[in-house]
Design a protein around this ligand. Structure first.
Ligand SMILES: NC(=O)c1ccc[n+]([C@@H]2O[C@H](COP(=O)([O-])OP(=O)(O)OC[C@H]3O[C@@H](n4cnc5c(N)ncnc54)[C@H](O)[C@@H]3O)[C@@H](O)[C@H]2O)c1
Length: 419
């Protein structure tokens, strides 16, 4: 069994796509690491009066297409390689979907469940205090990621404005509607994942109305993906979630779940267990389910060789970033399982963030329909272009997506004489 960290994971595929393109040796050397990674220590006065110091990062990968753009993650497993990898994926995602942004990502090593609300606020403001000189609406635009949300964005933006006097809303996206946020932003990633699932199923000759779907993670991406797949007629048979006390658990119903009821249940009880008609199954059973598609929407490396060997689904759509590791990917290829990669599948979030940024800068509002239609339009454009590359080079959808993104980055790097 191989263990690949997310940075090695993205570098391996990046290298392969650069080799296939065979353009310039320096292309891979330039793209394999971020332009800079900032490491910070954040002192936070805890409720008991003592100071705890938290480690945080901001990685800025490549700014040739525009300001760095990417979320900030609060998680106990955050580490520098993960943040770097996530920033590289952001560059590739922005390039694939023709956004005027480069890749960025941030994170703090913290278990949010161990902090009170006021400690969380001081930590969020403390992060901005350490990085405010290196972000800005034309330089680096953060957003939420795992365990961060519009409340945290409000604290961060407020702190940024206080420290800089630059009263712009456009420095952070993923904000509350009342504080410069955009209609449709919360749903956008899930809408995009659902649209990509529909297209890929269609290509496999499976009618979405007949489809059987399993989802890992029922947070922002997972729950909105489920909601929109249900709207399109898909049947969600199984969902795997994580609970601080119980660990990973999985629910299953062969007839499929009513997603709006499931979302209400999860909001109310913070667990999917005891939902009417939900049978508990093991995680091994989850991966070997007789379903058409598995949609991982939790964290990186959920699907390693072990899980890949069990998978019977014909399609994997990566709602999360980096959920299938490099070696699992090779097994899935041998098994003819189609994988729609993260840099394409979950790009709806950054597209909506781009539209939020445009609204903040221009002062012109968009409706939810404006935003979600634009998300779908841009993703379908990227999907169709990537399918052409897939056929031309006879490669997997992941490699085709990388080739497409890297080629666009190469052209602009060349125009700007950076290589
Ligand atoms: N939120 C966005 O707009 C967005 C956009 C693009 C990519 N992503 C990526 O999607 C992934 C999920 O992000 P999110 O915003 O939905 O986060 P989230 O915190 O809202 O949801 C993640 C969910 O996964 C669950 N989970 C964690 N570990 C699990 C495990 N081992 N098995 C099953 N469930 C598990 C958590 O309990 C949580 O409910 C991340 O990789 C993130 O980087 C998010």
């Amino acid at each position: 069994m191989h263990n690949v960290n997310p940075l090695e994971n993205v570098q391996k595929i990046l290298k392969k796509s650069c080799e296939i393109l065979n353009l310039d040796d320096s292309l891979y050397e330039l793209l394999k690491e971020p332009e800079r990674t900032i490491e910070i220590n954040i002192p936070v006065k805890m409720d008991n009066g003592k100071v705890s110091v938290f480690k945080g990062y901001r990685s800025q990968h490549c700014d040739v297409m525009g300001p760095y753009k990417g979320g900030i993650r609060f998680h106990q497993n955050v580490n520098v390689d993960e943040v770097k990898a996530l920033s590289i994926w952001m560059s590739l995602k922005c390039s694939a979907t023709h956004l005027p942004f480069g890749g960025g990502k941030g994170g703090i090593i913290v278990n949010v469940n161990e902090l009170s609300e006021s400690e969380l606020e001081r930590l969020s403001r403390g992060y901005v205090k350490e990085i405010y000189k290196y972000i800005g609406d034309r330089f680096d635009i953060p957003a939420p990621d795992v365990n961060t949300n519009e409340k945290i964005m409000a604290w961060m933006l407020d702190e940024y404005i206080k420290l800089t006097g630059n009263n712009t809303l456009a420095t952070f996206t993923g904000k509350a509607l009342e504080f410069g946020g955009s209609h449709g932003r919360k749903e956008a990633t899930g809408v995009g994942v659902a649209v990509m699932t529909r297209e890929a199923l269609n290509k496999l000759g499976i009618d979405i109305k007949e489809s059987r779907i399993a989802i890992q993670g029922f947070g922002n991406v997972g729950s909105n993906t489920a909601k929109h797949l249900e709207r399109m007629g898909g049947n969600i048979l199984s969902i795997s979630e994580y609970d601080n006390e119980k660990g990973v658990y999985t629910i299953y119903n062969e007839k499929g779940f009513n997603i709006s009821e499931l979302i209400s249940h999860f909001e109310k009880y913070k667990t999917l267990i005891n939902f009417e008609g939900a049978k508990l199954i093991s995680i091994d059973q989850f991966y070997s389910l007789d379903v058409d598609v598995i949609i991982p929407c939790a964290l990186e490396n959920s699907i390693t060789e072990e899980e890949a060997n069990k998978i019977r689904a014909k399609l994997i759509v990566e709602g999360a970033n980096g959920p299938v590791d490099y070696f699992a990917d090779r097994i899935l290829k041998q098994k003819n399982v189609v994988v729609i990669p993260d840099i394409l599948a979950n790009s709806g979030g950054v597209i909506a963030s781009y539209l939020e940024w445009i609204q903040n800068i221009s002062g012109i509002d968009m409706t939810e329909d404006d935003v979600l239609n634009k998300v779908e339009y841009k993703m379908l454009l990227a999907y169709n272009e990537i399918m052409k590359i897939k056929n031309e080079y006879d490669v997997t959808t992941r490699l085709a997506s990388y080739i497409y993104s890297v080629l666009r980055l190469y052209k602009i790097l060349k125009l700007r004489s950076r290589i």
